[in-house]
Write a new protein. Structure first.
Length: 226
């Protein structure tokens, strides 16, 4: 991870470099077994560092037989990431609101069963809740979560049942309020204050408007076309 930063961002050679790494042992009392890494991205294209990170993951996965999830904030972003990773030779599956429910379930099963060597799930926050996949070791936040709650739910997909897990997040200046809340939580040894989730709030609003309509789940339509 640090080698990637040094090679790509010039860490250690330029005092004004655009890279900043923050590694905390914990960001929440319930996620202390996870390793959290944050990469500050200024004007760089995020695809290049993601590809470098994924190459490192591939080495880890080959040794430990694990998989990963790449989280995005929108359908458009998810499609771009999946295309880029497929072009780089990664076997991927996807989960987002523009995929019909039945196909979404098939994609998830393909990832869960690791059919045809599928080791990467590219998803919106649709996949951040209720999925228990023991062999997921890495979470990559290609798009930084919009709320503390979304971060915690995404992070919770890695290192299930106390296994080793890693959460790597790329962030920009606009994301610092959420990041700062996590840092303060760690420094004060207090749980993160959960203000709400952009994903769950949409679900609650849809539920309220729809009467008996159930909140979004694996097989439902998601409003994530941002």
């Amino acid at each position: 991870m640090k080698k990637i930063a040094e090679d790509y961002f010039g860490l250690g050679t330029d005092p004004q470099n655009q890279y900043k790494e923050i590694i905390e042992k914990s960001t929440h009392m319930n996620l202390t077994h996870l390793n959290h890494e944050f990469i500050h991205i200024a004007d760089f294209d995020k695809m290049k560092p993601l590809q470098l990170l994924m190459k490192e993951f591939k080495k880890y996965a080959r040794k430990h037989n694990t998989s990963c999830i790449v989280f995005c904030n929108s359908v458009k972003s998810s499609r771009a990431v999946e295309h880029t990773l497929a072009e780089a030779g990664f076997k991927t599956a996807s989960m987002h609101g523009d995929i019909p429910p039945r196909n979404r379930e098939r994609n998830f099963e393909r990832f869960k069963e690791r059919k045809d060597g599928t080791q990467v799930l590219v998803a919106t926050d649709l996949a951040s809740r209720g999925l228990d996949i023991p062999f997921v070791s890495h979470i990559y936040n290609f798009d930084f979560p919009k709320t503390n709650s979304d971060y915690l739910h995404r992070a919770g997909r890695a290192g299930r049942a106390g296994r080793e897990g890693f959460v790597v997040s790329m962030y920009r200046e606009k994301d610092t309020p959420v990041l700062r809340a996590m840092q303060e939580s760690h420094e004060n040894l207090e749980p993160i204050q959960i203000a709400g989730s952009a994903f769950s709030m949409r679900n609650k609003e849809d539920f309220a408007k729809g009467g008996n309509k159930k909140p979004v789940s694996l097989g439902a339509k998601e409003n994530d076309r941002l």
